[in-house]
Design a protein around this ligand. Structure first.
Ligand SMILES: [Fe+2]
Length: 189
């Protein structure tokens, strides 16, 4: 089986690049890219996505695929799966992230870092989003100070596309109760 769909990976990548060209690294760009991710899921046979790209290490430990790397390290698109009733650590990313749910659902929480970001070992967080994301919907976070989130897959787990600025590196894991920061898990991305 090969890619099966109407909206190819190449077209999607061009549209993401165009959104970044037009809107820069802004909130408008992130929301536009959310719509592109929705379209990519809606117009394609998502089962066929397992046959393209290359294997990728996902924080959940479940199989994933690296589907696309944008030119000059602009963005990365992953296919990722999360087990039922499991949550990621609270973690920060190098920049914006868009998540499109294919199957299952997750409780999605994001935070703003309210301190000045100068301390590598401690972060003061304030919740900015806390809701459920269902198939066909997208979740997102913006560049810092909004670059902290947690994904908690619900009873059916979650299969999703994750579009990330740069290479989607995690910067820190953050203890929600204390604000203590620690090194993220190594994802070799
Ligand atoms: Fe993340």
């Amino acid at each position: 089986m090969a890619f099966n769909g109407l909206y190819t990976l190449e077209e999607f990548g061009e549209d993401v690049g165009a959104a970044l060209d037009v809107w820069g690294d802004s909130m408008e760009a992130v929301l536009n890219m959310g719509q592109l991710v929705q379209r990519f899921i809606g117009e394609n046979d998502t089962k066929s996505l397992w046959t393209i790209g290359e294997p990728a290490k996902i924080s959940s430990g479940l199989p994933g695929r690296k589907l696309l790397d944008g030119p000059d390290g602009r963005f990365r698109l992953l296919l990722a799966e999360y087990a039922p009733d499991t949550a990621t650590a609270v973690h920060s990313h190098e920049g914006w992230v868009v998540i499109g749910i294919i199957e299952g659902s997750e409780r999605y929480t994001s935070w703003r870092r309210v301190d000045d970001g100068s301390n590598d070992t401690h972060a003061d967080l304030e919740v900015v989003q806390d809701h459920h994301i269902m198939p066909g919907e997208f979740g997102y976070l913006y560049n810092e100070p909004f670059n902290v989130h947690r994904q908690a897959a619900e009873e059916k787990g979650a299969l999703e596309l994750v579009l990330m600025k740069g290479r989607g590196q995690r910067l820190n894991h953050i203890d929600e109760a204390t604000g203590d920061c620690s090194a993220p898990i190594e994802l070799n991305r």
